[in-house]
Design a protein around this ligand. Structure first.
Ligand SMILES: O=C(O)CCC(=O)C(=O)O
Ligand SMILES: [Fe+2]
Length: 531
């Protein structure tokens, strides 16, 4: 999928279709010349000539549409869901067939696009995925259908949609069991389709099956206690496409109230809805301004003789804090750049893949930049982050990349019950996690802590620090957290795990409050405990 990670997209952006075609054209021209001047190939000459003519035509089209391709790339690079949906849909309509289907022009495109390059092209499944993404983003962020149809996503303007997109999103919503939402999308598709067009039966590539849309809407309305409205729609649908057996049967079943299955609405459950609310609130509320309980840590070490870290304590128990400016924009860029080519490896080793739809990689400390970050975290937290073959104190840095609607389901960075099989080993528990934001996100993509009622908007350079076990060594159940779906833009994070091995006597807020270098109780006595 091109859009699941921003990295996949940049591969597509770097693909030069026109140059590839040109190479192929030159190759074929040369072949024709050689064959012309050789004996015994007379029969094949006409075939080759037609083939060359078709290629020349395609080349002309390709050159003429260079601007179009560039604008497609530009639209995709905004990582805006409606713009991306429109762009991919346009691409598939104009180029997709030609490039994916070997036989349209009677020759193999594979010859000018390598398999590797072809895998970089947007596909039909990218389009379906984008429809799902729009449906999901709408649900989580509570967006109105008319705003989304106009391309508006949480204040970020994208390309307006077309009725056929609305039809596809309706189906995606239906698949997610968001039935009310599905009805809205069928409705908006139909409302934006002129009556004359519906009657013209001309359901081409650029349109959608109107009668189907009407029948689906009718069945939904019927099931949602608007029986009369529903029946009328089903009847109209059947009139519109009298030869359609499926629609006729649907109409009759509903009219006679026979075998009408009750609609099954999705019930995400209270916990998920709470998580979604936190996601939606985070995206509209900026971080709190600096408060009295911000903590300045003055730390000296042989690496950093004098350094001030500003730290906002968000929760004392379990401990969660926001560190301002852990990495510079240059360092973030560097981390992204060294990760880019490796991305796509399992994001989180040993984790159940249904938990996330992001891509990632691991950077070991032999990457200079990763070592720098590990050292800084050691300075900052007072803990050991050294990587060792056994009894390691630091985990390799995980770099994660979220594309449109990329998310990480609620989990804990520990062994159970979330299936992170590697999270407890000889090195003990993953004692603490440091999550560094390597990018801003245009909309969505917050990190939510449902049990703490906290969600944090990603901001380039900032980092969250939390402990996965409490000072007495028990698992912190309340540190469950999730990456909210990205609505617009790209999200890059790096997470550093700190193992208990080697840190037994180093964790802050240790046996005595005074023994803690943080002394949170002294500095922030009035922060309410978690609900
Ligand atoms: O990206 C986020 O906001 C959360 C990531 C996370 O939980 C993890 O990497 O373990
Ligand atoms: Fe996590």
């Amino acid at each position: 999928r091109v859009i699941t990670s921003t990295n996949k997209f940049s591969q597509f952006a770097s693909l030069d279709l026109a140059a590839g075609l040109n190479r192929y054209l030159q190759h074929e021209t040369k072949r024709l010349e050689i064959i012309k001047s050789s004996k015994g190939y007379e029969k094949e000459l006409p075939i080759l000539k037609t083939r060359l003519k078709k290629l020349q035509l395609l080349n002309k089209q390709m050159t003429a549409r260079k601007a179009e391709l560039d604008s497609l790339r530009k639209k995709l690079s905004d990582f805006h869901p409606t713009s991306a949906l429109r762009a991919v849909s346009d691409f598939l309509e104009t180029w997709g067939e030609k490039l994916q289907n070997d036989t349209v022009y009677g020759f193999r495109f594979a010859e000018f696009l390598s398999n590797d390059d072809r895998s970089k092209l947007p596909t039909k499944s990218d389009l379906l995925f984008l429809c799902q993404a729009v449906a999901e983003i709408q649900f989580v962020y509570n967006l109105t259908t008319s705003d989304l149809y106009a391309g508006k996503v949480i204040g970020q303007k994208g390309t307006p949609l077309l009725p056929k997109d609305a039809y596809e999103i309706a189906h995606a919503s239906r698949d997610l069991s968001h039935l009310e939402q599905a009805a809205w999308w069928f409705e908006i598709a139909l409302n934006n389709t002129p009556e004359a067009e519906m009657k013209s039966k001309n359901v081409g590539n650029t349109s959608y099956p109107f009668a189907d849309a009407m029948a689906y809407l009718g069945a939904l309305k019927y099931g949602m206690d608007e029986q009369q409205k529903g029946l009328k729609l089903l009847e109209r649908a059947s009139d519109l496409d009298p030869e359609n057996d499926r629609i006729l049967r649907e109409y009759l079943r509903h009219r006679h109230g026979r075998d009408v299955q009750p609609l099954v609405h999705s019930d995400p459950g209270e916990f998920k809805m709470h998580w979604f609310r936190l996601c939606a609130n985070a995206s509209s509320t900026p971080l709190a301004p600096v408060k009295w309980y911000h903590v300045c840590r003055y730390r000296t070490s042989f690496r950093v003789p004098y350094k001030v870290y500003r730290e906002e304590i968000l929760s004392r128990s379990p401990f969660l804090s926001l560190i301002h400016d852990l990495v510079t924009p240059q360092e973030a860029r560097r981390l992204i750049n060294v990760s880019k080519d490796k991305i796509g490896h399992p994001a989180v080793e040993g984790a159940e893949s249904h938990l996330f739809n992001v891509q990632g990689t691991q950077l070991k400390n032999n990457e200079t930049i990763a070592a720098t970050i590990a050292d800084r975290i050691a300075d900052l937290t007072g803990m050991d982050t050294t990587e060792r073959k056994i009894l390691s104190s630091g985990e390799p840095l995980h770099v994660l990349n979220y594309g449109i609607s990329g998310s990480f389901q609620p989990h804990q960075d520990i062994y159970r019950p979330y299936g992170f099989s590697y999270m407890m080993n000889l090195s003990g528990h993953r004692l603490a996690s440091v999550l560094i934001y390597l990018s801003n996100v245009k909309a969505g993509g917050a990190t939510a802590f449902p049990h703490l009622n906290i969600s944090v908007t990603p901001e380039l350079g900032k980092a969250l620090l939390w402990f996965n076990t409490s000072p007495n060594g028990e698992v912190e159940k309340d540190i469950v957290h999730a990456g909210c779906p990205v609505a617009v833009g790209a999200k890059w994070v790096a997470s550093k795990g700190i193992w208990s091995s080697g840190n037994e006597l180093r964790r802050p807020c240790g046996p005595k409050v005074t023994s803690s270098h943080l002394a949170v109780d002294k500095i922030a006595p009035r922060i309410p405990a978690s609900p």
